[in-house]
Design a binder for this molecule. Sequence first.
Ligand code: HPA
Length: 280
Amino acid sequence: MTENITQRLARAHASIRERVGASCEIAVQLGSGLGHLADLVTDPVIVPYGEIDGFPVSTAPGHAGQLVIGDLFGVRSVVMQGRLHLYEGWQPRDIALAVYLLNRLGADTLVVTNAAGGLNQDYAAGDVMLVDDHLNFTGESPLIGPNDDAIGLRFPDQSRLYDPALRELALSAAARAGVELRRGIYCGIKGPELETSAERHFFRMAGGDAVGMSTVMEVIAANHIGMRVLGLSAVANGATGGPDQQVDTVETVAAGAAISGRKIEAMLRELFPTFRSHKS
Ligand code: HPA
């Protein structure tokens, strides 16, 4: 019989539990070009994905593929340096497994960062967008298949995927850090190809402000297991699909994400000490 998600989770957790040690409060998923944030973790315990029993191993360029566990801005955190993308061929369930594991390590809050293209004409490369909500254009869900009621509901509500209280905290933290935050809707696509100009126009008409190839699977899984989520997009490139649309390369996207990444770091430094666990 094939193993179900709960059995896979238990096996993954058992393989690293002792190495990880004390419970974590916050989980952080680092997007493309933002991996350096993991270097700020003090006295880190590093667990390469390959050493986690049954865990998927990331292959995307710029994604190291390891858990970094320790203090980040004074809060015990588990950082996923290198995320899993659908375009690499991972199944939505694999991506959910990673998020469930972060929760098993104690994290009740997930901070998701990503690199994205700006659909909104008012956005510039180097901006940071606070994700208010998302549009899932992947055609996938990490919850398809048998549901384990011990993890979450069969039909989970999606009306507050991005925790309203965390968004308020993030806005205050950004203001203290002198970072101007955009707010908007993230469109998740599968990739790996970027969108056509026609698709970008369509996503914009649908209400999207930024578009990227990650995040939606993780956030659905995190909500399923009862984690609070904060989403931040590094607007790496303009993606309006207009007549002046530039041609994007991995290099231009990485350069834009690096500028946003410094702003994200400054605001998280302010934000983390204000997090309060919602477990108690
Ligand atoms: N489209 C999709 N994903 C992205 C983009 C984009 O323009 N930029 C960075 N990630």
